[in-house]
Design a protein around this ligand. Structure first.
Ligand code: ATP
Ligand code: FE
Length: 333
């Protein structure tokens, strides 16, 4: 089978090809326009998706060395995400499938972040736990099968990616700030400063109070020294990153114990974070976990993950009709 997959849930237009379970193209057209605004502007995002979608499809077909006539099915992100952005991908997928008279496959973006682990070896076996940390979500998911997943813990307010991005904004770093915090953290002391850790029972998370504690800390320091941020940027970034990673890993540890599972995966944009990757590996050595960390190109939004999810639905003949529409707040199950 040859699956063409389209991802357009936020600000990146991505098209991938999955040829008999192997990803043979994964083209991502990044939108840089939002950097000027400190966040994604939905109206601009959907307009740029419209400009990008046709050339991105053409590039993916070229990279995979296939033609439109070779395609067996079209997979697309139905949600969750920005409605206008999703609409571009969903409409394109529907027209494409109609024109070529091939089946349509709907994919949940949050399932796809996890299923990115089935692109390359080593692949986890079921059941495993996945910590999905992205720009909009922070979830601990019990994965029983490809499409049998249960959220066992999640954030009650901000996502981990938002904690990174909002802190970066306070530090006057451009959007999205997560990767920049990671970069500066590499030259800083992770134990330089301590921030209030959220006290949440069970397996849930909270990052809004944490973010506020950073804001107050910096305001106070700046009153003493107006150049505090500039002079200590690396230490601040390293400490913020370390705190976020510790919050994430302590819940993951709790979940592993509770479910008696030692196959642990991470997914989503924040799984690209070097602090998280390193500390998870250390914890794994200590606790005898088998960990699964995605390749960088499959952490942040990409159509490769939509293509592999689509492939596994294709194998089950799990198709949708032309009456399908985007779901900004798509349910997880
Ligand atoms: P969702 O998947 O929840 O709908 P999204 O698709 O916008 O949200 P992703 O593309 O999965 O999110 O991830 C983007 C997030 O990942 C941003 O918040 C970004 O700052 C963060 N991120 C990316 N790389 C890193 C990094 N190296 N360190 C920390 N954060 C990072
Ligand atoms: Fe995402």
């Amino acid at each position: 089978s040859v699956i063409l997959a389209i991802e357009s849930s936020c600000d990146d237009t991505s098209v991938a090809i999955c040829n008999n379970g192997k990803i043979t193209a994964n083209v991502i057209a990044n939108q840089t326009i939002h950097e000027n605004y400190g966040g994604v502007i939905p109206e601009l995002a959907s307009r740029v998706h419209q400009q990008n979608i046709v050339p991105t499809i053409a590039q993916a077909l070229k990279n995979a060395n296939v033609t439109k006539q070779d395609i067996s099915a079209v997979a697309f992100t139905q949600g969750p995400g920005l409605f206008g952005s999703l609409l571009v991908g969903v409409s394109f997928a529907k027209s494409f499938a109609l024109a070529l008279n091939i089946p349509l496959i709907s994919v949940n973006h949050m399932h796809a972040h996890i299923l990115a682990h089935f692109i390359d070896d080593p692949k986890p076996t079921f059941p495993f736990l996945c910590l999905t940390v992205s720009g909009g979500h922070t979830q601990i998911v019990l994965v029983r099968d490809y499409f049998d997943m249960e959220i066992v813990g999640e954030t009650l307010d901000d996502a981990a990616g938002e904690a990174f991005d909002k802190t970066a904004k306070i530090l006057q770093l451009p959007y999205p700030g997560g990767p920049l915090i990671d970069k500066h953290a590499k030259n800083g002391n992770p134990l330089a400063y301590k921030f209030a850790e959220p006290q949440i029972a069970d397996l849930n998370f909270s990052f809004s109070g944490f973010k506020t504690s950073i804001l107050y800390f910096l305001r106070k320091k700046e009153q003493e020294n107006p150049n505090f941020i500039a002079e200590n940027l690396n230490d601040i970034c390293a400490s913020v990153q370390h705190s976020i990673v510790q919050i994430l890993l302590s819940k993951l540890k709790k979940a592993a114990k509770q479910f008696n599972i030692s196959q642990i995966a991470i997914a989503g944009g924040v799984s690209a974070n070097s602090g998280l990757r390193n500390d998870l590996q250390k914890l794994a050595d200590e606790l005898n976990w088998e960990v699964f960390i995605p390749a960088f190109q499959y952490c942040t939004d990409n159509a490769g993950m939509i293509a592999i999810a689509g492939y596994h639905k294709f194998l089950k003949n799990d198709f949708v009709g032309q009456d399908i529409s985007p779901k900004a707040r798509m349910e997880f199950r």
